[in-house]
Design a protein around this ligand. Structure first.
Ligand code: SF4
Ligand code: SF4
Length: 435
């Protein structure tokens, strides 16, 4: 694609990067067929190619964002399905991240939208605040229908509907600490315990620590770790995202330099995609660029890390058929497709893959709150495909997908690592026990 940026515009490193991305796009449109919003809405402006044109126009003219571009960029899930499909290697992720930052800096959203986004940014990344909010949501839940009547308040309704009926007890494993390997130590890793995940399903970190330590891996939960920053990053709040990124880089660098790390293990693929991008996000910060690259190189999804270990024979044979839902951040963001399924099969589960596996379930961070209607359509389509497999349960590697799919599916939805821990001698996942 030809571009007409001036030399002055290209002096801005963010514009320079976006220009390189734009020039790679040959407008072939292959990406439209696999874009969930294009498939759902049928509008070219809700396709990757349409959005690329809108972003190009906005950046090239150096103009503030307007309502049209905000509407279509807000509808993008950042699922990155377009990047998997694109034959030209267009880095849509970095382009849309730049567009979102530009929107945040140049567009004044309507009051209710601004207030809801600020509320999400102030609550979700902080486990104690998020826990309190979930408890309050229990009280507010009966009023969800009232908010539905006012379009500007629909996100509040979506938030209340998504909140679980009860909040699990906090796990000690979410606090900083050292979990020694059973027997001879083979590896040492840092575990990102996460923000929303640690509150919604502490059993995921428990299962990860239980499984890894039994396999001879020492697990450290470093002091100073925080939310990976992806929630605010996807809202265009770049500075807030970089503050989180720097804090995590510091926490993990301290561990690398004191004891060494074989990996930074992540159990939410949405976080994994962002942490693997820290090297890029902090490239312009001389104090952090090298450290961030080192952290990104060490970042591994838990299944990616487990696939490098010698797994023993499973101790439990659950004889269950599992539908594996590959989160977008797992398959498109991190290109991890084989390892979770191979690990589940090796552990004795029969693995089924639902049709249209490349399409997003509609969770996408805060998307299911901010775009509840499109999100619900994608969720129902996903659940229909999952149920058609006839599987007894669903396994996936991202807390957002677990919450989203579980809000409509009849079968249990659990994290892949919980099933693996169970098969190799750990506890049966709470999600299965409950249903
Ligand atoms: S598939 Fe790639 S090159 Fe083709 S229109 Fe989409 S982004 Fe551009
Ligand atoms: S990230 Fe997903 S929703 Fe956004 S343009 Fe690409 S395929 Fe479409």
């Amino acid at each position: 694609m030809q571009t007409t940026f001036t030399a002055e515009q290209l002096a801005d490193p963010h514009v320079e990067e976006s220009e390189k991305i734009l020039r790679k796009c040959v407008h072939c449109g292959f990406c439209t067929a696999t874009c969930p919003t294009y498939v759902t809405l049928g509008n070219e402006l809700d396709s990757p190619r349409g959005r690329i044109y809108l972003i190009k126009d906005m950046l090239e003219k150096g103009r503030p964002a307007d309502e049209q571009i905000v509407t279509h960029i807000d509808r993008c899930l950042s699922c990155l399905s377009c990047m998997t499909t694109c034959p030209s290697g267009v880095n849509y992720m970095h382009l849309v991240d730049h567009a979102r930052t530009h929107i945040e800096k140049t567009y004044k959203r309507p009051f209710a939208n601004r207030a809801i986004r600020s509320l999400l940014a102030a609550v979700l990344p902080y486990p104690a605040r998020f826990r309190t909010a979930l408890m309050l949501a229990k009280i507010g839940r009966p009023f969800a229908g009232l908010f539905d009547a006012l379009p500007a308040l629909k996100p509040l309704s979506a938030m209340l509907k998504l909140a679980p009926g009860s909040v699990p007890r906090r796990s000690r494993n979410s606090s900083p600490g050292l979990h020694k390997a059973a027997g001879t130590r083979k590896k040492r890793v840092a575990l990102l315990t996460g923000c929303a995940q640690a509150v919604l399903d502490p059993g995921i970190n428990d299962a990860t620590i239980s499984l890894l330590t039994r396999l001879g891996v020492e697990v450290v939960v470093p002091r100073g770790e925080t939310c990976c920053g992806s929630l605010v990053h996807h809202m265009g709040r770049e500075e807030a995202a970089l503050v989180s990124a720097r804090q995590n880089v510091d926490a993990w660098t301290a561990e690398i330099e004191n004891g060494g790390l074989d990996a930074v293990v992540i159990t939410a693929s949405g976080c994994g995609t962002t942490i693997k991008d820290y090297g890029f996000m902090l490239r312009l910060d001389p104090a952090y660029s090298d450290k961030a690259k080192r952290v990104s190189a060490l970042a591994k999804d838990v299944t990616e890390f487990l696939a490098t270990l010698d797994m023993p024979e499973p101790t439990v044979k659950p004889d269950l058929t599992v539908a594996y839902h590959s989160a977008c951040s797992m398959q498109h963001g991190q290109k991890i497709t084989r390892q979770p399924k191979d690990l589940l099969a090796k552990a004795g589960f029969t693995v089924k893959e639902p049709r249209e596996g490349h399409l997003c379930c509609g969770s996408a961070g805060t998307y299911n709150i901010l775009q509840p209607e499109i999100s619900a359509k994608l969720r129902d389509r996903k659940v229909k495909n999952i149920e058609a497999t006839g599987a007894a349960l669903v396994a996936t590697g991202n807390i957002g997908c677990i919450t989203q799919i579980a809000s409509a599916a009849k079968m249990p939805v659990v994290h892949t690592v919980e099933l693996l821990d169970w098969a190799y001698g750990g506890k049966k996942p709470a999600g299965i026990r409950k249903k």
